[in-house]
Every structure is written in C-alpha cells, then in structure tokens.
Ligand binder design. Structure first.
Ligand SMILES: [Zn+2]
Length: 155
C-alpha cells in the first residue's frame, strides 16, 4: 500500500515503511500499545523530503496559510525518516485540543510513546508539539545530514 502523497515531485508520506527501521519498530510498538489501551491513533506525517519541507516552511511566510513549522529543509527530523506526527481519535474524530480531557488524552499517548523508547515533543520547552514523536538514537540533525543512522536494538 502506498500512501505517500506526491505533489509535483514532493514527498509527504504517512507510511511507516518510509521510516528508518529503528524508528519504525518503535512507532509500531507505540501503535500496538495505543491499540491495547483502546486509543485510536491517526498518523498524519512520517517522512517529508526536502521539497515538501521547503513548501511547509514557506507556508505563512512567502506562501498563504498559517505558520506550521520553524524547520527549514534538513532541519526537521521528518526529513531524516525518524519522526512521526499523530493525532488521537475520539469516536473517530481527531482531537486537536490540548486542555482538559483532550490534554489528558495527549498525555496518555505521550507516556505510551515514551514507554516504547520514543521521544515526545509534548515535553519540549521550546517548540513544544504534542503531535510529534521521534527516535533519533541520540543523533543530531547535523549527524543525520552526514549520513549517520540510529542503530541499537528495540527497547
Ligand atoms: Zn513532527
């Protein structure tokens, strides 16, 4: 099954197969654990190529729309196949709120993600992003850009 959207050569994928294996394994464990906990999850992004990142960065700057990222091409972990964006579903509908019961739901999936070895951006002090999870194996963007890849066994 191919779910990668390609627009004018750009790739903005929602497919787990576009993640590096160590990230993919943890994301699969995350989805399984959410399912076990009775929480439905929708993946909205996995891998984005540099062109797709450039288009996203332009949004709210040189292109119409709301600003959605501060990451230029190469500066997003999505560009290196180690990150996902998700949204929990309640009765089949995405939960975008982050306060009250919505916040509790996000906190639950954040903890589930952390329990399987993912880093949850809902904890970050700067650029906090509830939707974003990643597994970098401790590598920086610069190291990933150099071609290094996260290794290590699944937690
Ligand atoms: Zn993200």
């Amino acid at each position: 099954m191919t779910v990668a959207a390609t627009i004018g050569g750009m790739v903005n994928s929602r497919s787990l197969s576009d993640l590096l294996p160590p990230a993919r394994a943890r994301v699969q464990a995350f989805l399984d654990a959410c399912s076990k906990a009775g929480i439905d999850i929708l993946i909205t992004s996995t891998y984005r190529d540099q062109e797709a990142q450039a288009a996203l960065f332009a949004q709210g700057r040189t292109a119409p729309g709301k600003r959605v990222t501060n990451a230029k091409p190469g500066q997003s972990f999505h560009n290196w196949r180690v990150a996902i964006d998700v949204v929990p579903l309640r009765a089949g509908k995405p939960v975008w709120g982050t306060t009250g019961p919505d916040g509790v739901l996000w906190e639950r999936i954040g903890k589930i993600g952390e329990s399987v070895g993912l880093e949850w951006a809902g904890r970050w002090d700067t650029f906090r992003e509830f939707a974003h999870f990643q597994y970098t194996g401790g590598l920086s963007l610069a190291q990933l850009a150099q071609g290094l890849q996260p290794g290590g066994a699944v937690a």
